[in-house]
Ligand binder design. Structure first.
Ligand code: ZN
Length: 75
């Protein structure tokens, strides 16, 4: 994997995490009131990206349906 590819992947991953956090982790607690298990449109491929957010920790994990696309854990 080239550095350029990594940067592009990272950019989309950050965009996805930011969207999840803005929607589900508002101030002042930065945690959702209940565990979130949902899907969003993948910012990279436009496919379905499934994610979860813990109400205990506010930590999210997500993965796009497309192989080798956006994925993250414990962010
Ligand atoms: Zn994707």
């Amino acid at each position: 994997m080239t550095t350029q590819t990594w940067n592009v992947m990272n950019k989309h991953r950050i965009a996805a995490i930011t969207e999840v956090k803005l929607k589900h982790c508002p101030a002042p607690t930065y945690k959702p009131p209940a565990d979130v298990r949902s899907t969003m449109t993948c910012p990279k491929c436009g496919g379905r990206l499934a994610f979860t957010v813990s109400s205990q920790t506010g930590i999210s994990t997500g993965r796009c349906n497309s192989v080798g696309c956006v994925t993250w854990s414990a962010q």
